[in-house]
Design a protein around this ligand. Structure first.
Ligand code: NCD
Length: 334
């Protein structure tokens, strides 16, 4: 793709402009193509050039994080700051008016009057939708309980594309706490846009993908295999997407402990069981499910995945906040 074509298709991507990003079900293939083309371009510019560019100078982001986070919050904030914007962070219920009994909708109605975009992480499924319904400022869902994490799915998809050079004809093994893992929920549903996808869901019965999710995937033409056999499940995978047990979502510590240390990927297993060019991903944070001896393998893509997150989120902010002509003008200056 030439530089000119890249700019043109990005400009046509007005599907993102001023939109909320609540669920992967709102994305189209062409909108994702535009996002990824812009991401490629930002990655090629690199941080030094990006720092001089300032297309979001004067814009303000409110990062509202009411649940634990390290990389999502920092990567959203860094992405915004590299583009010249400024960020206000609210971290934890304790330091917000929610601790005084304020409703989420009231918080959002107030904050939207102060800022240009709100990134929200909240413990309740559906919270991002509620926020979007109470805001004229775009809301970006950074995780709503066990619901969704759509921007993680975008950076996961971008990483799959970068590593495998394709988004169809893929066997993706998702492993771990598939019941509570919102990143898995978003990723598998996003794969409905692509053809010849086989999802191998590896989990103990009690932590399997929710039945309605499996049904939705199958109706969309995705082949789904559910198993609790780790070795068999990962053997045919092009991509292995490991996840941690979502400890904070279990009713009790003993419920959690029965599943702890169930599936552990290590170097020996990767080399003896997996395809040689398998791509190993993880949304992070990891606990014990990937042994550190995997980190040095070329198949280990999880730190490349987090690096990609910065650029995917930059591209997202640009497409959401700037009109197509503003974006074109800014791109023409670099
Ligand atoms: C994930 C999340 O918060 O859902 N982390 C992330 O955003 N990269 C995964 C997890 O917490 O297990």
């Amino acid at each position: 793709m030439t530089e000119k074509q890249t700019i043109k298709s990005t400009i046509q991507a007005d599907t993102w402009n001023r939109k909320n990003v609540v669920s992967v079900s709102q994305f189209t293939e062409s909108a994702i193509d535009a996002l990824f083309e812009l991401t490629d371009r930002l990655k090629a510019m690199g941080r030094f050039q990006l720092r001089q560019w300032n297309p979001l100078s004067g814009y303000v982001l409110s990062n509202l994080f009411f649940e634990a986070s390290t990389r999502s919050r920092i990567s959203f904030a860094s992405a915004f700051q590299y583009l010249g914007g400024s960020v206000d962070n609210t971290v934890g219920v304790v330091f917000s008016s929610i601790s005084k009994g304020e409703s989420l909708s009231d918080t959002i109605r107030v904050v939207q009057g102060y800022v240009d975009v709100i990134v929200l992480r909240h413990f309740a499924v559906g919270s991002a939708r509620i926020a979007a319904d109470n805001s004229t400022t775009p809301i970006i869902n950074a995780g709503d309980g066990i619901g969704e994490h759509p921007t993680q799915a975008l950076l996961d998809l971008y990483t799959i594309y970068n590593e495998t050079k394709r988004l169809s004809d893929l066997t993706i093994a998702v492993v771990g706490d598939l019941q509570h893992g919102r990143t898995v929920h978003s990723l598998v549903h996003l794969m409905r846009l692509y053809t010849n996808i086989h999802i191998v869901a590896i989990a103990p019965n009690d932590l399997q993908l929710p039945a309605d999710s499996v049904h939705t995937l199958q109706v969309s033409g995705i082949r789904v295999t559910q198993t609790d056999d780790f070795k068999v499940g990962i053997a045919t995978a092009d991509v292995i997407y490991m996840t941690r047990l979502q400890r904070e979502r279990f009713q009790s510590e003993s419920d959690y402990e029965q599943f702890e240390q169930l599936y552990i990927l290590n170097r020996a297993l990767t080399e003896s069981v997996c395809k040689p060019d398998v791509v190993i991903m993880h949304p992070l944070p990891r606990t014990s499910e990937i042994n550190p001896d995997v980190d040095a393998l070329k198949q280990a893509a999880y730190f490349r995945q987090t690096d990609n997150g910065l650029y995917v989120r930059m591209a997202l902010f640009l497409l959401v906040l700037l009109s197509p002509s503003e974006l074109r003008n800014h791109l023409n200056t670099v």
